[in-house]
Write a protein that binds this ligand. Sequence first.
Ligand code: HEM
Length: 319
Amino acid sequence: MSLASVIHKGGAHCRARRSQPRAVCTRCSASLQEALSRRQLLSAAAVTVYTLSRTPRPVIAAPEQSTEVREALAAALTACVPAGKAPAVLRLAFHDAGTFNVAAGDGGPNGSVVFELDRPESFGLKRGLKPVLDARTQLTGTAAENVSLADLIQVAGAHAVRLTGGPLITVPLGRLDAPASDPEGRMPAETLTAPELVAHFAAAGYSVRELVALAGAHTIGGKGFGAPLTFDNAYYKTLLARPWSDPTASADARAMASHIGLPSDQGLPDDAACLTWIQRYAADQDAWFDDFSAAYLKMGIMGASWRKGATVPGIMSLS
Ligand code: HEM
């Protein structure tokens, strides 16, 4: 079986599945049910790092959980994560995973964010953690009661994306929870310039393309990139328009616009390599959805420890 067919069949790329999860894929004629039954095929890709430079397709990465587990997770998250909490929940998923560092080989999605809430960069994270902990309580007595907090946080982040109109991302399960906090100083500061962000994300294992794709998560939340609860490419369109430095706007309008985004967001188009991807995603939301899905999956895998017997999913990198 070729890699292309593994990725294509059942891949989260399927436009039909995004809008109608039970629909049949127009490209490969695979229903979601069929896609899920291809787990075994996907598991053949375990512990493989894929680098695709063109038209990448997010994979359903070796999920070994049963339908009952998935349904229990979906029910608990639907009950406990209202759309208004989606931005905070997605941010939580980034903070739990974003501690990974390639050189040190530690950090990553391991639930340790619960031990890191007093750190300055964790300000506001409790708002995202509460609905996730509520969901965990709700899972007691269900098929998903043994799902780790690390898993639940990554699944909740994907749920938040979907809830606000973003792509369907199927997150593999099996992460182990860490018993203590991850090292400090791993999260990016909002004051970083674009080259500093590129370097920071490179140290965490991400390409420029993945950095720009992930940064688009700021399209939801209160930072002024379009509708706060709509996961769309308004982030990139706004970065191109640069209303904070629009010479045709009044000084007042520019001052108002200066509150849009973080300094790190506003500076992103200053880097030529970043700008290329900003332009691409501003012009093609589906391209962004594909890249965001792939980068999000990667974020939830890098640095994770897996329970015995888990099929460790492959990592697809975007260069
Ligand atoms: C690129 C480097 C990043 C920096 C410097 C950064 C920093 C921040 C900061 C300081 C906030 C709080 C803003 C405020 O409320 O005033 C925030 C919010 C947020 N971040 Fe990031 N972040 C980054 C990347 C990411 C990534 C990769 C994701 C997810 C994949 C993410 C998801 C979010 C979300 C959804 C919010 C809104 C939370 C809410 O409104 O409750 N961020 N980020």
